[in-house]
Ligand binder design. Structure first.
Ligand SMILES: *Cc1c(COP(=O)(O)O)cnc(C)c1O
Length: 229
């Protein structure tokens, strides 16, 4: 087995164990492989081991790899910060966007989603850690944003996403994820998705109801930001 295959097996085992501990069906937790800065060859290897969903943060890097991997039929998720001048290619080239945090971006994505494609799956990114993080909408602004996005014709609002401030304390990790879950439940919309949990804290996220865990380092190893992207 290659290193990536071994890593995928290890992460799958962690997901299974965490789901079982939470009395959840392991199949209810999706593995989103975060492939930013990783070469297309590594993604092809992950595909060979059964991974179908890939998360990317940098638009140009993602478009280049989509061209290289077009034969595989992958599902592409945009998970990085979104500048408004980049919404059109995102609307045209992705299946999911996890990082929508303001109305203007949502409106542009809806307007620019091609009619030939299904509605774009969207999560709203929420800042659950207050001052510690700059991205994500404030919890108090979420209900209004969610109502507006749910009404946009070319978006399918699926749920919420967060990137809590890093913590080594499992209780602290769980508290942040529990907050996102509570915000989702309070919205009283049909939302089936909680995108939360990364390499360090996927167990805590699954305990609190994660349906996508976004895993980079534990699958592909450390990122080399010296590579062009
Ligand atoms: C990079 C990134 C991840 C993956 O983080 P790891 O700690 O490498 O698993 C997950 N989510 C987002 C939004 C990211 O930018």
């Amino acid at each position: 087995m290659s290193t990536i295959e071994k890593n995928i097996a290890k992460v799958a085992a962690r997901i299974r164990a965490a789901a079982q501990a939470a009395q959840r069906d392991p199949a209810s937790v999706g593995l989103l492989a975060v492939s930013k800065t990783q070469p297309a060859a590594a993604m092809r290897e992950a595909f060979g081991a059964g991974v179908r969903d890939f998360g990317e943060n940098y638009l140009q890097e993602a478009l280049d790899k989509q061209a290289e991997l077009g034969d595989l039929g992958l599902a592409w998720h945009f998970i990085g910060p979104i500048q408004s001048n980049k919404t059109k290619p995102i609307a045209e080239h992705f299946d999911w966007v996890h990082s929508v945090d303001r109305l203007k971006i949502a409106q542009r994505l809806s307007d620019q989603r091609p009619a030939t494609l299904p509605a774009l799956n969207v999560c709203l990114q929420v800042n659950v850690s207050g001052e510690a993080s700059k991205s994500g909408c404030a919890p108090e602004d979420l209900p209004q944003l969610a109502r507006a996005v749910a009404a946009m014709p070319r978006l399918h609002l699926r749920g919420l996403m967060c990137i809590p401030a890093p913590s080594d304390d499992p209780d602290e990790q769980r508290a942040a994820f529990a907050r996102l879950r509570a915000l989702r439940d309070e919205l009283a919309l049909e939302l089936d998705t909680l995108s939360m949990g990364m390499s360090q804290d996927l167990e805590a996220a699954i305990a609190e109801g994660a349906t996508w865990v976004r895993i980079g380092t534990a699958l592909f190893g450390a990122r080399d930001y010296g590579r062009p992207h």
